[in-house]
Design a protein around this ligand. Structure first.
Ligand SMILES: O=C([C@H](O)CO)[C@H](O)[C@H](O)COP(=O)(O)O
Length: 210
């Protein structure tokens, strides 16, 4: 089980400072969608250059032009790029094909996918690397989470690795770990804590104990 730190509400300089603080406890750094919107793929490039030993995920949430956008993110240094499960198969196929040319990985974000079981099977058959259940900020604010969705995809996904994101904190981590995802994605559960390093260390400790 790997730990991904999601950075959403920071600029490039702040992102570097947070990663520096917690780098020994994380496997993947996510350059979140808001950061890419604010700073562009330069954020991916700068973080990869500053932390070459960590994998960098570009959370582009690609909905169209799969191959082109994966190509640009790959050139910027991303190791993993996100595509939305709600898009059509041709976009996901294009993203996967392009990622293979660059030796990169595709994580499909199932945010707001209604027919989760059926779509997870279809996406899995497209050869993606990760399938991720995700409760976004807006639904988190309404008290939702993705714990049950994780159990659903664990039952049907046979090839891809599974991941979960959205409001995961130390208090809810045991329930997540119980379902054994391959990747746990934590943003505010680390970046929103007074002692980020201690939070990351404790999350890593619990994940590694499995
Ligand atoms: O993908 C995310 C969200 O849609 C904003 O872009 C977050 O990175 C993801 O939800 C993880 O962050 P937390 O919910 O703060 O753990």
């Amino acid at each position: 089980m790997k730990l991904q730190l999601a950075l959403d509400l920071v600029n490039i300089q702040e992102a570097k400072e947070v990663v520096k603080e917690v780098q020994e406890y994380i496997d993947i750094v996510e350059i979140g969608t808001p950061v890419v919107i604010n700073e562009g793929l330069l954020a991916v490039k700068e973080i990869k250059e500053a932390f070459p030993n960590l994998d960098v995920l570009a959370d582009l949430k690609i909905m169209d032009a799969g191959a082109y956008e994966v190509m640009k993110a790959s050139e910027a240094g991303a190791d993993i790029i996100t595509v939305l499960g709600a898009t059509d198969d041709s976009t996901i196929r294009g993203a996967v094909e392009e990622s293979r040319k660059h030796g990169k990985k595709i994580l499909v974000d199932m945010i707001n996918v209604k027919n989760l079981e059926e779509r997870a099977r279809e996406v899995d058959a497209l050869g993606v690397d990760y399938i991720c259940v995700h409760t976004g900020y807006d639904l988190q604010a309404e008290g939702e989470n993705s714990f049950e969705q994780l159990r659903v995809i664990k039952n049907v996904v046979k090839n891809a690795k599974t991941a979960i994101a959205g409001g995961i904190k130390l208090a809810t981590l045991p329930e997540v770990i119980e379902a054994s995802p391959d990747l746990v994605i934590v943003g505010g559960g680390i970046t929103g804590q007074a002692d980020k390093r201690a939070a990351a260390a404790e999350i890593k400790r619990l994940i590694s104990a499995r």
